[in-house]
Design a protein around this ligand. Structure first.
Ligand code: HEM
Length: 135
């Protein structure tokens, strides 16, 4: 399975990856829970899964529109006071959740593809921390 099929399975499974991710993310890194006070998790899970679509798209085809969206997302997180140090934790929790989600279909190659895609997205989000990008 490659990253595109992985994404398809995630999207077909509605919010289920989002549930796995937030349960794992916030229990493993309780210091980050403060940022989610008052957040509507149903909405958040849907937005998270949709963000994976953006991340995969940029990996497959780095178009200016998707680049701009990721920079904007970074600006938004900067305005939410999300520390840059949180992103390594986010990545590890996401890889763990994806591994659980895919079970026997998970592989080192697929992990590598997602890590590369997530890394590129985070680099763009960090550009949006330095320069305010709006849409
Ligand atoms: C690659 C990493 C990340 C991606 C792709 C991502 C994606 C998203 C998306 C798509 C939204 C919704 C934005 C909107 O309302 O338009 C969001 C909101 C948010 N994210 Fe992230 N995020 C990432 C990292 C993080 C990290 C590391 C944290 C905290 C430690 C975090 C905390 C939040 C919070 C608190 C919100 C606002 C929720 C709300 O007020 O409704 N995110 N994120």
């Amino acid at each position: 399975m490659d990253i595109n099929e992985s994404l398809n399975r995630i999207l077909h499974a509605r919010e289920s990856l989002g549930e796995l991710f937030y349960d794992h993310f916030l229990s493993t890194y309780p210091e980050l829970q403060q940022h989610f006070a008052g957040v509507d998790f149903k909405r958040q899970r849907v937005q998270l899964v949709t963000a994976l679509m953006i991340i995969e798209r940029y990996h497959a085809d780095p178009t200016p529109a998707v680049e701009q969206y990721l920079q904007y997302l970074g600006t938004k997180h900067n305005e939410l006071n999300i520390p840059k140090e949180g992103y390594g934790k986010w990545t590890e929790a996401m890889i763990e959740a994806m591994g659980r989600f895919h079970g026997d279909d998970w592989s080192p190659t697929l992990e590598e593809q997602w890590r590369e895609a997530i890394g590129k997205a985070i680099a763009l989000m960090f550009e949006g921390y330095e320069t305010r990008v709006t849409v």
